[in-house]
Structure formats: C-alpha cells, structure tokens
Design a protein around this ligand. Structure first.
Ligand code: FES
Ligand code: FE2
Length: 353
C-alpha cells in the first residue's frame, strides 16, 4: 500500500481534538460580547463569555445544577444568573446565590462553573485558552503601531477545519494555481529555498516571491510593473493562528495579515482575518473597503479548493502525505501539532474542573 493511502485515523487532528485545548483561540470579536452573556463554540463545546464586574470571564456553557445553558441567563449586579432556577455565579465561577436554599445552609462547594484557563482581549478579538496554553498569543505588533491603518474582513464560517486553514495560510506553493484571479502569477510557481526556524512552539520563514500587485497605484501609470517582488514573512503558532507580512520593496508598503481560525465544531470553523497597511490613510474609506473586498475574495479562492476535501482533518504523521522541499513550513507545522498532541492533549473539562 502506498504510504499516502495509509489509514489516517490515528494520526489526524480535527476541530474537536482535545490537544487543541492547550492554546489560545479567538472566539468572538470584542463588539460581539456586550453586557449580557454570549455563547460561543470551541472544540465542539459551547462556552459562555461574559463581563462580570468589569472582568471578562469564560465558562463552559452549562450550569452545574441542571446543565441549563448559562448563555440563556443574564447579568445581575455583576453576577451571571442562570435562567432556569436563578443561581448566580461570580466572576471566578463560584455560586454566590441559590434562591431555593435556606440562607443559613451553605452553598454546595461543587456549585462552581468550569472556567477557561485563560481569557483575554487583543486585536479587537476575544480569546480563550480552555486549558493552560503552551505559548502566548500570536504576535501582531503592527496592530498597535499608528503608522498602520487597520482593517478586518467580517468573520467567515466554513466547513474546513481550523488546522487545514492554518496549514493553507502557511503553504507556499499554491499561489499560481489557487490565486489566479488575484495575486498569483506563474513566475511564483518555483518556491525559492528558504529556512524554517522554530522558537518554542512558533515556526517562521522568510522568502522572496513574485506577486501581482494590484494595490500599487504606479502600475496604472506604467511606472511600476504589475508583477513585483515581495518579501513574505510567515509565522505560525498552534493551534491555528498564522501571520503573513508582505513587504514590497518598490513601494515601501507593508501589508500584514493575522489569520485566526476558531474550531467551533467538527465541521464548522470561523475565520478572523485582521489586516494592517502602511500605504492607506486611516480615513481613506474607499481603499480600505477595496482592501477588505479583495482579501475576502482571496479567501474565497482558498475555500473553493479546501471545502471540497473529503475529510476535514489534518494528518500529523509525516508519512501520510507526500511532501516536497517547498513544504518545509507545512512540515514544521505538522511537527508542532504532533508534539502538541503527544504532549498530553488535556481535555478542557479535566483541566478546569
Ligand atoms: S439549571 Fe441553572 S440554576 Fe438550575
Ligand atoms: Fe491561499
């Protein structure tokens, strides 16, 4: 049997693999989490995100009393109140009020919510690490640098797994075949030799490649060629965040993109795509709108292939697929994921209860 026809069951990860609990996941935009409890999905489980007394908290969306979804409840006096019998929980997850109980009787110590190991807000997104994360949130320093203008596509849902998507954003060789209507160009078919470095759980590479730069106004005047060099820096962190930094020597422009893929359920992923650009003025609504529409279309090009996969899983056994020397970063990503899984993927429930 050819190696790539091997059964994959023991060597694949999908959106519900417990190993993915040990990392940071974007679960909503900041604006989606208002004053009331908000349900989000992660690794096949519902979570509730809520601001209690000014503090952002995330709990499994299941009341310990009769398992009612806490996201159906409300916030009262800085406590999360369950919609079923009115138990109230503080920001640490402990029950502080049980209406049916005689006030002189102590509240059972197990009347406590399952908390995420870590919660945060960065880059306009709400993040959860269900279990202790193996590494910090993905770096995106340009987001806070005033020389850049920010933009973001609307969060996007797809059946493709978060790991397959992150793998696609790290992939080097699909530009001329997948992105034929946008930046891909036949000159980019050959992927120049590049080193992949690893720092802890982070992988990165830098290389130069030709790029059809529709974004350069001097192309229309004939002062710049449409196909230009660009230096591409790719960084990946598990479970499924990837940044791409595109530097264009002819224009001096930098476009940096942060992708974060939220594994909601086995067949549902939400993709966040944040962008910064130093060649677009903050008030230039027309160019910002064009950039967002263009980058949405680039994602369409990727999804047109990825959504036709037979399985929404990623094989971490390097013998399962056939790799070329252009796939070094993709191979490194599989190694990182394989180590994450071997390092004791902790079930979120075990970790927090
Ligand atoms: S189920 Fe939540 S208070 Fe009873
Ligand atoms: Fe792509």
């Amino acid at each position: 049997m050819p190696l790539h026809d091997m059964p994959l069951d023991d060597t694949t990860l999908d959106n519900t693999s417990p190993a993915l609990a040990r990392g940071w996941h974007a679960v909503a935009t900041t604006t989606e989490v208002s004053d009331g409890p908000t349900q989000v999905w992660l690794l096949g489980e519902p979570w509730v995100v809520v601001r209690l007394g000014g503090r952002l908290s995330a709990f499994r969306d299941r009341c310990p009393h009769r398992f009612a979804p806490l996201s159906a409840g409300r916030v009262v006096d800085g406590r999360l109140e369950c919609a079923y019998h009115g138990w109230r929980f503080g920001s640490g997850g402990r029950a502080v009020t049980v209406p049916a109980l005689d006030p002189s009787v102590p509240i059972p110590p197990r009347a406590c919510l399952s908390s995420a190991a870590a919660v945060g807000e960065r880059f306009g997104l709400v993040w959860i690490a269900p279990a202790e994360p193996v590494c910090d949130l993905h770096p995106f320093p340009e987001w806070d640098d005033p020389i850049y203008t920010r933009a973001a596509t609307a969060p996007r849902r797809t059946t493709v797994s978060a790991l397959q998507l992150a793998d696609n954003f790290l992939d080097a060789a699909h530009f001329p075949t997948v992105h034929v209507q946008t930046f891909g160009t036949p000159e980019a078919a050959y992927v120049s030799p590049h080193h992949v470095t690893r720092d802890g759980w982070e992988i990165r590479t830098v290389y130069q490649a030709p790029y059809r730069n529709h974004d350069d106004p001097l192309v229309a005047t004939g002062d710049h060629p449409l196909v230009q060099p660009h230096v591409l820096t790719k960084i990946g962190r598990p479970p499924a965040s990837v940044s791409l930094t595109l530097d264009f020597p002819l224009t001096g422009h930098r476009l940096a993109i942060l992708f974060v893929c939220q594994p909601e359920t086995a067949l549902r992923t939400r993709v966040y795509k944040l962008m910064v650009h130093n060649g677009i003025a903050p008030g230039d609504v027309g160019r910002i709108t064009d950039l967002v529409a263009y980058e949405d279309f680039v994602l369409d090009e990727d999804l047109a292939v990825l959504e036709r996969y037979e399985r929404m899983t990623l094989a971490t056994d390097l013998r399962a697929e056939v790799h070329s020397s252009a796939d070094k970063l993709s191979v490194a990503y599989r190694r990182v994921l394989s180590e994450l899984a071997a390092d004791g993927g902790i079930d979120a429930q075990e970790a927090t209860e």
